[in-house]
Ligand binder design. Structure first.
Ligand code: NAP
Length: 260
């Protein structure tokens, strides 16, 4: 039997993290690297991607990356090839790239709806499909989808308007269960993380207005902090969670445990 320290190690593994250029994705990439994985990170814009690669390398990570729009099937295929070329076939896929659009559902422009679904849900599907081909052949794989607690429940009218995001994240939770059920036979585990509020570029416009609300409605009374995401990702990527699949783990200070 492996020791607990051994269970959490990822030495020799290749991890691909979408949206790894900043925020939660960058922290997840850092965590996987700290556990021994080589990390390949992707995002659309070099202006965040290149500094992230440099800073992960400076922290000791084996890290490379390239630009990719997760919603473009050709770019996804090429990215999975490039990651394998850099470090070997992808063992761990983290579908973290995400975006939202804040408009009431009755006014949501169709192109914004489609773009939010494409980045969050279709991107997750495309990368999972492309990576699974090799994982199935090798009978080993770990897929972690970054959903949101927004995909687990609705919000009151005073809440943030994000119908496309909510639909996409709920879709990711369903897709996680379905892929886990279908691919367990190939040694692939598929799980999701559902973050509550964390301070990142995505939330910088809204979080300052929500602090009082979080104090009252989140049992832990605060948003997530730096360092509170990477350990969860390492757990789901590693042998420490070998009998866990199809699950969505809320990392939310207890907010989804509250009943009114
Ligand atoms: P963030 O700082 O805005 O980071 C988003 C990342 O995704 C960036 O690297 C961004 O890079 C990349 N990205 C966006 N669209 C992309 C596309 N089409 N193709 C490739 N990469 C793309 O946001 P974050 O808060 O860290 O979010 C990370 C994940 O956590 C998202 O899935 C988000 O929905 C989820 N989440 C966050 C919170 C929170 O409170 N922060 C809560 C729940 C869930 P480019 O823009 O350069 O492409």
């Amino acid at each position: 039997m492996q020791t607990v320290t051994q269970l959490f190690r990822l030495d020799g593994r290749t991890a691909l993290v979408t949206g790894g250029s900043r925020g939660l994705g960058e922290e997840i990439a850092q965590g996987l690297a700290e556990s021994g994985a080589s990390v390949y990170i992707v995002a659309r814009r070099e202006k965040w991607l290149l500094p992230a690669i440099e800073s992960l390398r400076a922290a000791g990570a084996k890290c490379a990356g390239s630009v990719c729009d997760v919603a473009d099937p050709a770019q996804v295929k090429e990215t999975v090839r490039l990651a394998a070329e850099a470090f070997g076939p992808v063992d761990i896929l983290v579908n973290n790239a995400g975006a939202t659009w804040g408009a009431p559902a009755e006014e949501m422009p169709l192109d914004k709806w489609e773009s939010v679904i494409a980045t969050n849900l279709t991107g997750t599907f495309l990368f999972s499909q492309e990576c699974a081909k090799g994982m199935i052949a090798r009978k080993h794989g770990r897929i972690i989808n970054v959903a949101s607690i927004a995909g687990m429940r609705g919000s009151l009218p005073r809440g943030i308007h994000c119908s496309g995001y909510v639909a996409a994240k709920a879709g990711i939770i369903g897709l996680t269960r379905e892929l886990a059920c279908k691919w367990a036979q190939y040694g692939i585990r598929v799980n999701a993380i559902a973050p509550g509020f964390f301070p990142t570029r995505m939330t910088e416009g809204v979080l300052p207005h929500l602090i009082e609300d979080l104090k009252q409605n989140v049992p832990m009374g605060r948003p997530g902090r730096d360092g509170e995401m990477k350990g969860v990702a390492v757990f789901l990527a590693s042998d420490a969670s070998n009998y866990v699949t199809g699950q969505t783990l809320a990392v939310d200070g207890g907010s989804t445990s509250v009943t009114v």
